[in-house]
Design a protein around this ligand. Structure first.
Ligand code: HEM
Length: 182
């Protein structure tokens, strides 16, 4: 091989390498790695629950009783404002559906006043708590049926006579926070 061809061969090998070195040393880290490790951004790793969603969870992993009740209160406020108006049936049905889900999620909890109940009566108190939530769910479902059947006045009446009354008596019995009710 001649001296010129050896030099040309060396240049051929070295040039691309040095080009890569210059480009990579000038490129910012964010461009080189567009997806930083999740933990670097304060995000959970894959399979890990986001911090915010872990808060207010009940023992079974569902929403806490407190969170479910807050949601139930907010939904009921909106439903009471729309239930009598047939033109608002879609919004009413959506709200009632969310109330039903919150009533189901509340079953993850237990009476707030459980510790104040004598030990031998606690099991029955827990059953009564669950039962009241099932009755609530049944009443909400019946109200949904009335709205679907176009019986808005009857639905509004049942919301007041069954759900609101049931809420108040249940809170008295199981320790709902009266001051924060909606
Ligand atoms: C539609 C009916 C109901 C509504 C709108 C409702 C609403 C609420 C609201 C707004 C709170 C206060 C949450 C807060 O502290 O910010 C609460 C708490 C509570 N409710 Fe209800 N509730 C209803 C039915 C029931 C029923 C049927 C039971 C029992 C079977 C019940 C048991 C409780 C308990 C034990 C708490 C205290 C939870 C805690 O703060 O740890 N509620 N409810």
């Amino acid at each position: 091989m001649t001296c010129t061809s050896i030099r040309a061969l060396t240049l051929l090998l070295v040039l691309p390498l040095s080009g890569w070195f210059v480009v990579s040393s000038m490129t910012p880290a964010s461009v080189q790695d567009p997806k930083p490790a999740p933990e670097a951004k304060g995000e959970p790793r894959e399979g890990q629950r986001p911090e915010g969603r872990r808060q207010g969870r009940g023992p079974g992993g569902g929403p806490s009783l407190h969170g479910a009740m807050e949601q139930m209160g907010n939904e009921m406020k909106r439903v009471s404002e729309s239930i009598a108006d047939p033109a608002k049936n879609e919004a009413t049905l959506q709200g009632l559906g969310r109330m039903l889900m919150a009533a189901g999620a509340s079953q993850n909890g237990e009476p707030k006043n459980l510790a104040e109940i004598p030990a031998d009566k606690q099991a029955a108190h827990k059953l009564a708590f669950r039962r009241a939530l099932v009755v609530l769910a049944r009443d909400i479902a019946d109200i949904e049926l009335l709205v679907l059947d176009g019986k808005n006045a009857a639905a509004a009446e049942m919301l007041e006579s069954k759900v609101v009354a049931g809420r108040d008596s249940s809170h008295e019995k199981f320790g709902g926070d009266e001051d924060k009710e909606h």
